[in-house]
Design a protein around this ligand. Structure first.
Ligand SMILES: C[S@@+](CC[C@H](N)C(=O)[O-])C[C@H]1O[C@@H](n2cnc3c(N)ncnc32)[C@H](O)[C@@H]1O
Length: 307
């Protein structure tokens, strides 16, 4: 029960659980194995690390959550475990923050080249209106900002990224915001670890310029999108900032509006809305597309898209 409670609060490794519980590794591992076999915990691998968390998408997940809720958090043993858990979370946060600090200068430099992110985020939220979101996928989640923004509106949200350091930062951020419906996973935008038609909102926010094959990324996003789903792409308009390619590993110097529409239409996605947020020297564009309902492929790619 102590393991269930802890894994109900955070995704934890065996060594973190040992540190909190003060019990031997074989004992903790044996109980984790039994809890996974019973379907109460999920085990997942991130590089060479293995994390455990409360099952939340299986038939037994309701039982797992019910069991955790039965345990009073003021029970002296549980309260001490949760106190130690907070210390573990703080250690993680410190490590993630120090990584981020090293990179923050680069990020701030790019930020100063375009409109305030708050403006972009306001446009994204306005575009979603009152849409109900069951499964939200954030591709290239980075610091998990999109999970923080949209996670509270979704039933379940997951961010994927190829960088373990960024995932550590995002994990700490969603724990700090107490977003228990959000998770982060190691995953590549070219081969998304999700079933066909499993997501109703997919976000590619400031990630596509890292792709050497952006069209494939869009086709992967389309693959996992539900028939009534939405794909939101946020990226720069074409620019000449060579430093982004030389110093920040951008593969693409922005995207032509029509180019993105064409790639989307090739995948059977049609424009739903478009926003252009002019900046100097970088303009941020938002493309919102959804599966083509009419299958009319010859219409103007921008038709139906609002500014
Ligand atoms: C500029 S950050 C954007 C993060 C976030 N979407 C945001 O806007 O706050 C780009 C992220 O894309 C991730 N990334 C790069 N290549 C990737 C790939 N092939 N698959 C998944 N993520 C990738 C990077 O690790 C980085 O965290």
């Amino acid at each position: 029960m102590r393991l269930l409670v802890l894994c109900g609060h955070a995704e934890l490794t065996v060594s973190e659980l040992i540190q909190i519980l003060g019990q031997s590794q074989p004992r903790v591992s044996r109980h984790l194995k039994l809890l996974c076999e019973a379907g109460l915990l999920d085990r997942f691998q991130e590089g060479s690390w293995v994390f455990y968390r409360l099952a939340n998408r299986s038939g037994t997940s309701l039982l797992a959550r019910y069991l955790v809720d039965l345990v009073p958090e003021n029970d002296p043993i549980v309260a001490r475990d949760l106190e130690r858990l907070n210390a573990v979370k703080q250690t993680r946060m410190d490590a993630a923050t120090s990584y981020f600090k090293e990179n923050a200068r680069n990020w701030n430099q790019i930020r100063s080249m375009h409109v305030d992110e708050a403006e972009v985020e306001a446009k994204i939220l306005a575009s979603l209106e009152n849409r109900s979101i069951t499964d939200f996928l954030d591709i290239g989640t980075g610091t998990g900002r999109m999970l923080e923004l949209i996670g509270p509106r979704a039933e379940f949200a997951v961010g994927i990224d190829t960088s373990r350091e960024m995932l550590a930062f995002a994990r700490a951020a969603i724990e700090k915001a107490d977003l228990r419906n959000c998770q982060v996973r190691l995953g590549d935008m070219y081969t998304l670890p999700f079933a066909n038609g499993s997501q109703d909102l997919v976000m590619i926010h400031q990630v596509l310029h890292y792709a050497d094959r952006p069209k494939i990324v869009i086709s992967e996003a389309k693959r996992v999108l539900r028939p009534d789903g939405l794909l939101v792409i946020v990226d720069f308009a074409p620019h000449h900032e060579e430093s982004l390619r030389d110093k920040h590993a951008h593969q693409q110097m922005g995207f032509d509006v029509e180019q993105i529409w064409t790639w989307c239409r090739d995948q059977g996605l049609e424009p739903k809305a478009q926003h252009i947020l002019k900046g100097d020297p970088l303009t941020v564009n938002i493309w919102i597309v959804g599966p083509n309902s009419s299958q009319k492929t010859n219409e103007n790619p921008s038709s139906g898209a609002g500014q």
